[in-house]
Design a protein around this ligand. Structure first.
Ligand code: FIX
Ligand code: ZN
Length: 422
């Protein structure tokens, strides 16, 4: 019997093989805002949550004359009704965020042609959250999701104190936005109230030790896959500031000691239009020389990085060629649109080969895992077919198992290897 691996020699064979392999590859989704059911109201799911996603709220105000004040005084159901009527009935839902709702309903087996919102509501009313979690993980073929866990959130704290977050498909990421971006107005008081002897300007050895003690406690509690922060485009490093001191004396040493990488999400301008609340954040191009300095001066630290500005993406790839302690990940937020995912994925593969994590979902509502991954899988499939065919063109044949190996690394293997690397 000849058990030599089947070679893929033609473009048609390649298209079939890559499509099948990417479809059947389970995904380790490394950045979401989802929660396990133990976190009760923090776990968002269902049609009204889908329709009131902040991406859609931003789009609503472009098409409706409703005032901010009026909108924010409505119930969630009323808001969802208005968004449905405005963005799906009075206009065709072709933006990526609108299309995502349609993809999701369709995949759930609902009749999108009926355009009957009450029917969709009834489906969710008849479904238990536990069953729905299984449906979503199976439909999207996602094996694990990493949450975004805020140690300063009073809704999260009691769950962490029980030491049991239930469903092990949900894993933790220790989010440090409050500590880093709001130290003097929120974190300082909070830490003092918990008995950590920190100073307001955070400039003493005692203060650094206390913050490290806080981080260590949370690392033990959460067992996070990484620590993370979102940063504005004008973030600077090194800097004689709370941020600079937190990085140097607290976060980077703890990250090294516990082998918990530090994820930097750079480029968000928070509250560009505060009337839009969570939908009001914007983007800006960052000066990446600060990132270069951080990577160069801390080569024993591991950094996961994603950027919000399209203009920064090429430069990030070049930086990643220089620093193996950097893992580039995902197409974040305003980058998570088909045309941009395609461009960025191509750029990354051309400059970095298969050494990246091409995508995360950033899902806030459980149901979104379905559309975000269907849409991204399709684009990544197309880019891989294009890139592998350039090899076929010059007589390099591939086997299905080689493609399987590559795809498995892209959708989980690279992340696991990066976590385990010393
Ligand atoms: O900071 C983040 O993790 C962002 O992803 C979110 O804050 C943002 O609101 C979002 O949902 C983007 O997709
Ligand atoms: Zn996010």
């Amino acid at each position: 019997m000849n058990d030599a691996p089947t070679k893929i020699e033609t473009t048609d064979q390649l298209k079939i093989a890559v499509s099948e392999i990417v479809q059947s590859q389970s995904i380790y989704d490394i950045h979401t805002h989802l929660f396990s059911p133990e976190f009760s109201e923090l776990l968002l799911w269902g049609i009204d949550e889908l329709l009131t996603y902040h991406y859609l709220i931003a789009e609503l105000f472009r098409k409706s004359d409703i005032t901010y004040d009026h909108f924010w005084h409505m119930t969630k159901t009323q808001q969802a009704d208005l968004i449905w009527e405005t963005l799906f009935i009075e206009n065709s839902p072709i933006s990526e965020a609108c299309r995502g709702v349609v993809t999701t309903l369709n995949e759930l087996g609902l009749d999108v042609d009926s355009r009957n919102l009450q029917e969709y509501r009834q489906y969710f009313a008849d479904t238990s959250v536990e069953d729905f979690i299984d449906t979503v993980f199976n439909t999207s073929n996602v094996s694990n999701v990493i949450m975004t866990n805020d140690p300063f959130d009073p809704l999260e704290e009691p769950v962490w104190e029980t030491g049991d977050i239930g469903d092990t498909r949900f894993e933790a990421a220790l989010r440090m936005d409050v500590l880093i971006n709001s130290y003097d107005d929120i974190a300082y008081e909070h830490l003092r109230a918990l008995g950590y002897d920190v100073d307001l300007t955070l400039s003493t050895d005692k203060g650094y030790r206390e913050v490290r003690r806080f981080l260590e406690t949370w690392i033990q509690r959460m067992n996070p896959k990484y620590m993370a922060v979102s940063l504005p485009p004008d973030f600077e490093y090194p800097e004689d500031s709370v941020l600079g001191r937190l990085f140097d004396h607290c976060i980077l040493p703890v990250s090294r000691e516990f082998n918990v990488p530090f994820a930097l999400m750079i480029g968000v301008k928070r509250a560009v239009n505060p009337h839009l609340r969570m939908a009001g954040d914007g983007t800006g191009k960052a000066d990446l020389s600060s990132l270069e300095t951080l990577l160069r001066e801390h080569q024993d630290n591991k950094f996961l990085v994603t950027l919000l500005s399209r203009e920064n993406q090429h430069e990030l790839c070049v930086i990643a060629r220089k620093f193996k302690n950097l893992m580039v990940f995902g197409c974040w937020w305003f980058m998570n649109n088909p045309s941009i995912i395609e461009e960025i994925t191509r750029e990354r593969i051309e400059l970095l080969g298969l050494s990246v994590i091409p995508q995360h979902s950033d899902a806030r509502i459980l149901d979104q895992l379905i559309y975000k991954w269907i849409h991204s899988r399709q684009i990544i499939t197309d880019v891989l077919i294009e890139k592998y065919s350039t090899l076929l063109d010059v007589s390099w044949t591939l086997t299905a198992s080689e493609i399987q190996r590559d795809v498995s690394n892209l959708f989980g293997g690279n992340f696991k290897r990066f976590l385990n690397k010393n």
